[in-house]
Design a protein around this ligand. Structure first.
Ligand SMILES: [Zn+2]
Length: 196
């Protein structure tokens, strides 16, 4: 695989035929969605959501986690949330976890994580302490936890309560082409088909 060859093909087949669209992008961005998902290579946010350049503002890290307001554990993520909500004025935030998530597997059984991964242990310790070993339940619990962390940001809470900002949890099953949606914080997950 040559990434540069792929870039050349992208430029030739996509950018050059749509030169006006790409030139317009330099004027700025106004994405309506902040999409928070895992770093996992099997998740392609723009492909899955059918979005193009300018439509998704994205935060990615192992396990789609974010600190609660006031915690100084992950300034990059906190600052990016702040920018998305206060400057860009996004209309929705989606926390998208996924099936077979390595971060949740690791948090569920941290003894499997090599001791040499000091940062990873410190990071996993900031994630919820799961009660059981059911990975899918833990993935859902993590999504709920992260959506609740979003609500600790005063401007997120205010916009959410004014119905100016939607908060969604998604559980994406990349192996099945399935999506479970948590429509409201602390709500149940149900099939995407209910929201077509
Ligand atoms: Zn993951």
């Amino acid at each position: 695989m040559s990434l540069i060859h792929n870039f050349n093909a992208f430029r030739t087949q996509e950018v050059l035929p749509k030169a006006n669209f790409y030139k317009e992008l330099k004027k700025g961005q106004a994405p309506e969605t902040l999409f928070i998902t895992c770093s996992d290579s099997r998740i392609l946010p723009n492909l899955v959501t059918g979005t193009k350049e300018g439509e998704l503002f994205v935060i990615r890290n192992a396990g789609n986690a974010l600190p609660a307001y006031g915690e100084k554990t992950d300034l990059a993520t906190s600052a990016t949330i702040e920018y998305a909500v206060l400057v860009l004025g996004v209309k929705r935030i989606i926390v998208c976890g996924h099936a077979h998530c390595g971060a949740i597997l690791a948090r569920s059984d941290q003894s499997q994580v090599p001791q040499s991964c000091g940062y990873l242990h410190d990071y996993l310790n900031t994630m919820p302490q799961f009660k059981g070993k059911d990975i899918e339940e833990n993935i859902k619990e993590n999504i709920r936890h992260q959506v609740n962390n979003l609500l600790t940001y005063p401007y997120v809470k205010e916009a959410f309560e004014k119905n100016e900002l939607n908060l969604r949890g998604w559980l994406y099953h990349f192996d099945e082409g399935n999506l479970e949606v948590m429509q409201e914080p602390n709500g149940d997950f149900s099939s995407w088909e209910a929201y077509l």
